[in-house]
Design a protein. Structure first.
Length: 79
């Protein structure tokens, strides 16, 4: 069973619910980008990660846990 992407959860929790197009506008990306992030086809670029986290309130570690794990392996510390 696959997990629901945090961005999708964020969209669904908004009142009224936020569309992919609305989230794309908020984050300054294309709707197709949101579709790919939520579907797991693409991951959020490291360069965009802090901006997405800041604008949505979703911790970066939830958006890209693979980067946090990689950082901890390389530097031996929690990000």
């Amino acid at each position: 069973m696959s997990q629901i992407h945090p961005l999708r959860t964020f969209r669904q929790q908004q009142t009224p619910k936020l569309s992919q197009a609305g989230l794309a506008k908020m984050l300054g990306v294309n709707r197709l980008t949101i579709l790919r992030w939520e579907g797991g086809e693409r991951k959020i670029d490291p360069d965009r990660l802090s901006g997405v986290a800041e604008k949505t309130g979703i911790p970066a570690k939830d958006l890209r846990p693979d980067l946090i794990e990689q950082h901890e392996k390389l530097f031996g510390e929690s990000a």
